[in-house]
Ligand binder design. Structure first.
Ligand SMILES: Cc1cc2nc3c(=O)[nH]c(=O)nc-3n(C[C@H](O)[C@H](O)[C@H](O)COP(=O)(O)OP(=O)(O)OC[C@H]3O[C@@H](n4cnc5c(N)ncnc54)[C@H](O)[C@@H]3O)c2cc1C
Ligand code: SF4
Length: 611
């Protein structure tokens, strides 16, 4: 991989990746967005020519539909009439299943598999990671016949506290309204995923785990489905004895619900020109502990170990949630627009646990699970220009439906999935043409009329205001929250994470040495994620390998899974970045910071069970 000098502009002592150049870097390392057209079907992928030639997939664009049944999952006798709705969102699938149950004649018309959900995790829920304190509103809307006791929650929030931490003390501060959790429930999103998958299957939905959607299929300017990835390729793309080719899954309507850093979502946003404003991300690192004394309150902290100086741009905080009597979930969430190359969210979480308040909660306990994931934090200010395109809609984190001050996204993801499903079922009804221009416009209208839109509009400036530092950001956030979003009047602009200069400070951050009891290193953390990626799997990380030290250090510290190591190169400022891709837990942070996580083989990656 060669170094694209024009896109890597040194800026004084700091290394700068400008958002406009971000794409150029990606292109240079062979992970560009490409369009191919064969027999009228465009296949768009995010892999470059290198990937194609190395995995020997010259025939990747085999004419439609002769690869339809080539894969592991057979969908019966599909033809142009049979509609397969690929709804990668369990709430969307449940809602679509419910609506089709009310309209059996329509379900009949749609064929053997009217609704299917693909999931790259080994089991449904295996790649889900959240806090999680859940607003049960959408569960109630989706299952009106059930009570809260029926839902996969572990208990109601009965008490809560927000603290400002210094190194030794914890000062209780009034919780801002978005952080009030009265009426909410604690739960594991993995458990919710498994539960929702069961409900979906009861409604006749095909839930297909261990299957990555790697390509978006576009024909005549509309999305017509997805292509799934091959399985059983070796390090250099060669076919192993267990090789299974992917399949093309054609759908009248595709709902992209890929979550954070959605692969095909990114392709769709580019292709249909829908993302005119940058998205920004935070990285969340989480652990689950078995503890001796039950915790009875939900705790959020801000302040230490983050630093408030404006030039550091360290925005974030921690959460500590009770999970039933014997378990506690805790995590650290930090915005990826910080400027210090030596900041590691994994290690900040280790440091947090040494605080007297947190140490006391964990005393005598055992760490039982670990994981990491990014959160899209731009919210309303980073929404795509539209949430639909011909043949497809975007739901959940993929479109950025996250309320940052509340640290809530689950009920918004489910709600937008429900709204997308309603639009999809209407669009495939008799006399309707799902791919006609505007056929899915009802989805945008439904979102704009919904609480999702209202909630996120009110808090739109909260995250962006923290670019001015903690104290000024807190003042702006207070003004924004108390005025229900009326002040500040103007919308703040977001700056892409990769556009923020990073540098190695004179006094690099130091973290507590792992003691194997309270604090741990990254490799032992990855082990606890249940990571299933084969050592000989093809490398799915795209970065430029020779970079200035400050960028190499940023990647090495940022990655919670110890994927990157740097070695001095040629005596100058440059370093060589070595990749151990099999450690990757697919958190997505590298995509925010100038590299790219591409889609690994289905079933690879973490196997979360209690996250
Ligand atoms: C540390 C942390 C704490 C959080 N705390 C809370 C909280 O307390 N409360 C709350 O409400 N929210 C919280 N959130 C946010 C919340 O978890 C998310 O907003 C929500 O889970 C998003 O749901 P989603 O369905 O959009 O995406 P996801 O939950 O990420 O689901 C996407 C699914 O799509 C699959 N997928 C993606 N790409 C492909 C592909 N190409 N092919 C096949 N499958 C694919 C993935 O495997 C995954 O199963 C937190 C998030 C984090 C990271
Ligand atoms: S390599 Fe994987 S685990 Fe590491 S930052 Fe990138 S996506 Fe996250």
């Amino acid at each position: 991989m060669s170094r694209p000098a024009e896109s890597l502009a040194p800026s004084g002592e700091q290394y700068e990746l400008r958002s406009g150049d971000h794409r150029a870097i990606v292109t240079e390392v062979g992970a560009t967005l490409r369009h191919y057209s064969v027999h009228g079907v465009d296949v768009i992928d995010r892999f470059g020519a290198d990937e194609r030639s190395s995995d020997g997939r010259g025939q990747v664009l085999a004419p439609w539909p002769n690869r339809l049944d080539a894969g592991r999952y057979r969908f019966g006798d599909h033809d142009a009439r049979a509609a397969l709705e690929k709804a990668a969102g369990l709430a969307a699938a449940v809602r679509a299943g419910q609506l089709l149950e009310e309209r059996p004649e329509l379900a009949e018309r749609l064929g053997d598999v009217p609704v299917a959900v693909l999931d790259k995790g080994r089991t449904p829920g295996a790649h889900l990671l959240s806090g999680a304190v859940v607003n049960p509103r959408t569960f109630r809307q989706l299952f009106p016949g059930m009570t809260t006791r029926d839902f996969p929650f572990q208990g109601a929030v009965t008490s809560e506290g927000v603290y400002y931490l210094t190194r030794r003390s914890a000062i209780r501060i009034p919780a801002p309204p978005p952080m009030w959790n009265h009426g909410n429930y604690v739960g594991s999103v993995d458990e919710m995923g498994r539960w929702l998958a069961e409900r979906a299957e009861e409604l006749g939905v095909a839930v297909i785990p261990e299957t990555s959607a790697t390509h978006l299929l576009v024909q005549g300017g509309r999305v017509v489905g997805v292509r799934t990835g091959d399985k059983g390729r070796g390090r250099d793309g060669e076919e192993l004895p267990n090789f299974e080719p992917g399949s093309d899954l054609r759908a009248r309507v595709t709902i992209l619900a890929e979550g954070t850093q959605g692969h095909l979502t990114g392709v769709a946003l580019d292709r249909f020109g829908l993302q005119s404003r940058p998205q920004v991300w935070a990285l969340g690192v989480k652990e689950v502990w078995e503890v001796e004394r039950p915790l009875h309150r939900v705790i959020h902290t801000m302040g230490w170990p983050l630093r408030g100086a404006p030039h550091r741009r360290e925005f974030g905080g921690s959460f500590v949630y009770p999970m039933g009597e014997g378990r506690v979930a805790l995590g650290m969430v930090v915005g990826l627009d910080h400027t210090d190359s030596t900041l590691s969210v994994h290690d900040l979480l280790q440091e947090l646990k040494t605080h007297p308040k947190i140490r006391k909660i964990l005393r005598g306990g055992t760490r039982v699970a670990w994981g990491a994931k990014t959160i899209p934090e731009g919210g309303y200010l980073a929404f795509p220009d539209r949430f639909h395109m011909p043949g497809a809609m975007i739901a959940g984190d993929g479109a950025g439906f996250v309320n940052v001050p509340a640290l809530k996204g689950i009920h918004y993801a489910m709600r937008t999935g429900m709204l997308a499903a309603g639009t999809a079922v209407d669009a495939v009804g008799p006399g309707r043409t799902a791919w006609a221009p505007g056929a899915l416009a009802g989805y945008d209208e439904a979102i704009r009329a919904d609480y999702v839109w209202r909630d996120l509009k009110r808090v739109r400036n909260v995250r962006a205001g923290f670019k001015y530092g903690f104290w000024r950001g807190a003042a702006l956030a207070g003004m924004s929250i108390t005025s229900f979003g009326k002040f500040p009047r103007r919308d703040f602009a977001l700056e892409s994470d990769a556009g923020v200069p990073v540098g190695i400070p004179k006094a690099p951050r130091r973290y507590p040495a792992p003691d194997g009891t309270l604090t741990f290193d990254k490799l032992s953390s990855v082990y606890l994620s249940g990571n299933r990626t084969r050592d000989d799997a093809p490398n799915h990380i795209r970065i430029q390998q020779q970079v200035p030290a400050r960028l190499g250090e940023t990647w090495a510290q940022m990655c919670p899974a110890h994927v990157y190591e740097t070695a001095a190169e040629g005596g100058g400022d440059a370093v060589n970045v070595e990749i151990t891709a099999s450690n990757c837990v697919q958190c997505g942070a590298i995509t925010a910071k100038g590299g790219r996580l591409t889609i690994p083989e289905g079933g690879d990656g973490p196997e979360y069970t209690v996250m």
